[in-house]
Design a binder for this molecule. Structure first.
Ligand SMILES: [Zn+2]
Ligand SMILES: [Zn+2]
Length: 222
């Protein structure tokens, strides 16, 4: 099968933007993290895939956020197992594992921060406002039990969640673009293809840089 050399062209494998020098290699560790983030990327399709600094920052932030979510989920599951019920408030978990919660306080579903209820957004309101959808949550945070009573989200988690899902959408769009173009190029069975044509439609500003490069497609047996 052919292999797309996007890395050497300075094209970020995650967002498909051109970054001449400012990028880093997507190594095994990053690949594992992308997997934990449920960002399904066929990294084997690219020779030496790289990511830009913006994507690197997004990966780190999303990973920090998801790690916190998974840790919270472990505590919640422990509590549910111990209490042998799935109908409880996060306040109950917080009281059991950390400390007392006043009547005016609430607990964040994702990070278990306890604060005044006015500092939280309801997950349902976030959905109504189009900030998140259940489909996206099921895709990228399927580990979380959304049936727990009172799903409230603290402000930092609102920002982290929205950024994570936005970044996940960018990655999914990239995957779609590459899959679509890869299929077309593969059927041409050429040894050398200027992939700049593939990306010119996306961003005309990038053409000047990309035109100088001819990215190779190499035939490779899988
Ligand atoms: Zn990028
Ligand atoms: Zn939070």
């Amino acid at each position: 099968m052919a292999s797309l050399m996007t890395g050497n062209g300075g094209i970020c494998r995650l967002c498909l933007q051109v970054h001449c020098n400012d990028f880093e290699t997507i190594d095994h560790t990053i690949a594992v993290i992308l997997n934990i983030l449920n960002l399904t990327m066929d990294l084997a399709i690219s020779d030496e895939p790289v990511m830009c600094k913006n994507c690197s920052r997004s990966v780190k932030m999303a990973f920090d956020f998801k790690s916190t979510c998974l840790f919270t989920e472990e505590l919640v599951m422990l509590f549910a197992r111990h209490q042998q019920t799935s109908h409880f408030h996060l306040k109950d978990v917080y009281k059991e594992l950390k400390s007392l919660v006043t009547a005016n306080d609430s607990v964040c579903r994702f990070c278990m921060t306890c604060s005044e209820t006015s500092n939280f957004l309801c997950l349902d309101v976030m959905k109504e406002e189009g900030l998140v959808s259940q489909k996206m949550l099921d895709l990228y945070l399927p580990e979380i039990d959304y049936n727990i009573l009172e799903l409230l989200v603290c402000r930092p988690c609102v920002r982290s969640l929205v950024s994570y899902l936005k970044f996940a959408t960018v990655c999914a769009t990239t995957e779609e673009t590459i899959t679509k173009n890869y299929g077309r190029i593969h059927t041409n069975s050429q040894d050398l293809v200027a992939l700049n044509r593939m990306f010119c439609k996306k961003n005309k500003d990038e053409c000047g840089i990309l035109r100088k490069r001819t990215l190779k497609i190499r035939k490779k047996e899988l």
